[in-house]
Design a protein around this ligand. Structure first.
Ligand SMILES: [Zn+2]
Ligand SMILES: [Zn+2]
Length: 426
């Protein structure tokens, strides 16, 4: 089939654009099955069906079109817009992610030299900017798995690319989770492998800062991962315990309130060690963290997470106390004050949690007793108030009746007084 020409559409293709605008996935699926429909056909402006679906914010439609082989990097639009740019403009993070996952290039520019991230920022779609800036394709990582120039071997052994990419794509920046991700792959639990990965992270970090369209968010994330990997490798060198000691150190809470001091210090140090002092993001992070006393909010983890992933308020109840994963549901049965993904996370935390569990339980019981008392008091007060209102209402009703009587008599008086004076009285 020849390359699509702008505006040269079969009747069925025209119908497809209409169906996409209406969001009818079922009908679109039927049309895509017919032989006179090309999934990458172009309308008169050079827009593909995928661009339309992305711009309209229709995720299911985008998915369907991608399944049918839609080209995510088609660049025939009259102003050089790509499907990723349209996704960013739509403000839909799921569609933006879908385009990236399908291989959308992030550094392509439109006819006025703007990237998809810059366009999304321009229209205030900051969540999409974060998704784009946080995305790091497997392809970009795989570059390091091939020997470049005079190298005799690649910087990154190909077998490490998969597990490392998994760490890079994690939106949970809790260092415990990161160490768990390292630990779950035996290939990474090795000083030499960790050192190689760490160096690649630093190279990518440098690239992110020095590239024309600087990506500080991704640079900071790469630097942070590099710090975690370095910590892992130094623990591995010293101990035989396969990183369990590191996880324990990160979780260990101080005696007074269980606050994980080592974890907080570690994250603060990572941020301070960011090698590019001029970066705005670094200065912003240091400003938010420096005045905070150890143990107070915001924690370094929450500030870093918000800066990198855009997530706010993630320290809420549904996040695992141990690893920070979302959707935790298992509560400590004694204090009921902490929540975990599963028993494994709970077991990992118990050595330090057990020191404050009883105190937490007592605090909770005290609070509950106080709030029960308060509720009781409120209920009593409400009852008294109700009784008082009822009395007042009765009195008001009485006075209303009285005033009604009064006004009726007023009218009577008025009528009486306004009665014309008989002429013959003179
Ligand atoms: Zn967990
Ligand atoms: Zn407990």
């Amino acid at each position: 089939m020849s390359a699509p020409v702008k505006g040269d559409l079969s009747d069925t293709e025209k119908e497809l654009f209409v169906v996409i605008a209406a969001g009818n996935v079922q009908e679109a699926s039927r049309l895509l099955g017919s032989k006179d429909v090309r999934v990458n056909c172009l309308d008169e402006y050079g827009m593909t069906p995928l661009m339309h679906a992305a711009y309209k914010g229709k995720a299911d439609m985008c998915k369907l079109l991608l399944q049918h082989g839609a080209d995510v990097n088609c660049n025939q639009h009259e102003h050089g817009y790509t499907a990723l740019m349209f996704a960013g403009l739509s403000g839909k993070t799921d569609i933006t992610w879908m385009m990236l996952d399908a291989g959308a290039e992030t550094d392509v520019v439109n006819s006025v030299g703007r990237t998809a991230a810059q366009m999304a920022a321009f229209v205030g779609q900051h969540d999409c900017v974060t998704v784009i800036n946080n995305f790091f394709s497997r392809k970009r990582l795989d570059y390091y798995t091939k020997a470049q120039g005079l190298e005799t071997e690649p910087k990154l052994p190909p077998k490490l690319a998969g597990p490392l990419h998994k760490i890079i794509m994690s939106t949970n920046l809790n260092p415990v989770k990161m160490v768990m991700l390292v630990k779950e792959n035996p290939l990474l639990v090795d000083v030499e492998a960790l050192e190689k990965c760490r160096k690649v992270m630093e190279l990518i970090c440098e690239k992110c800062v020095k590239q024309q369209d600087m990506n500080e968010v991704l640079a900071m994330k790469m630097h942070y991962i590099s710090c975690v990997l370095q910590k892992c490798s130094s623990f591995l060198k010293d101990r035989e315990d396969k990183l369990d000691g590191l996880i324990k150190s990160l979780l260990k809470g101080r005696d007074s309130d269980g606050f994980p001091v080592f974890q907080e210090k570690f994250i603060r140090e990572c941020i301070r060690k960011f090698p590019y002092c001029d970066a705005t993001l670094l200065q912003q992070l240091v400003r938010s963290i420096a005045p905070v006393e150890m143990g107070n909010d915001p924690t370094a983890l929450s500030v870093l997470t918000q800066a990198i992933t855009g997530q706010v308020g993630f320290m809420d109840a549904e996040f695992c106390t141990t690893c920070g994963e979302k959707g935790a549901e298992k509560r400590c049965s004694i204090c009921k004050m902490v929540i975990y993904c599963n028993q494994d996370c709970q077991k990992l935390h118990w050595f330090t949690h057990k020191k404050i569990c009883k105190t937490l339980q007592e605090t909770r019981q005290k609070h509950e007793a106080e709030s029960a008392k308060r509720l009781e008091k409120q209920a009593k007060e409400a009852e008294e108030q109700k009784a008082l209102e009822e009395t007042t209402n009765t009195m008001e009703n009485l006075s209303v009746e009285k005033s009604e009587v009064a006004s009726t008599s007023d009218i009577q008086i008025e009528t009486a007084s306004s009665e014309p004076i008989p002429v013959n009285a003179e």
